[in-house]
Design a protein. Sequence first.
Length: 179
Amino acid sequence: MNLNLEVLYQAVHDLSFAVYVGTLVYSEFVLEPAASAVAPAQGAVVRRRAGERHMLINWSALLLLLITGVLRLGYMNLLAFPGTFFLTTRVASSAYGRTIFTMFGLWCVLAALGLLMTFALRPVLIGKIDPTLTSSERERRQQRMVSAARMMTIVMRADLAIAVVIAVLGVSLGSGGLI
Ligand code: HEM
């Protein structure tokens, strides 16, 4: 039974990682070039539709990574409340513990970037431009959309880079941690 749980936590952790990084890679290298190759209005529709699903899938994967990561630590008896933050004091002062803390900190950065995209950038991108606005207001609105789109691209690339760093740290845990 215990062995099955361990395998289950690892399988879900690894699948979530594959989905999280896979969707970002697909977006950057497949979807975005395709959306840029068609008329801007059509590209905007494709990005909007794809963005809705991307957001749902990536939030689910990110939460599953945290949950299964913590469950794996619990399974290995490394969690402690009170301990050093959430790890046993012995492990917290080892390379393994420092690597876990770094992964957790970077996970928080991914969550913060996710909040920025979901609640600040996406609403600007999916908003419609009211035709009754004056031309200068319409232009301002279009400018905001263009800046939000640029910002979204930068944030998604940063997201991908951070996720890859966390994955390298995760793999290093198998040989005692990297930091
Ligand atoms: C705070 C959240 C996280 C915690 C607590 C956590 C915890 C863990 C643990 C305990 C392991 C197993 C290490 C061992 O075998 O000794 C692991 C492995 C791994 N983690 Fe995470 N992790 C977290 C987030 C992430 C994220 C966000 C990613 C990638 C985007 C990730 C990718 C990996 C990978 C690739 C491995 C190595 C393969 C494996 O053993 O499954 N982890 N993680």
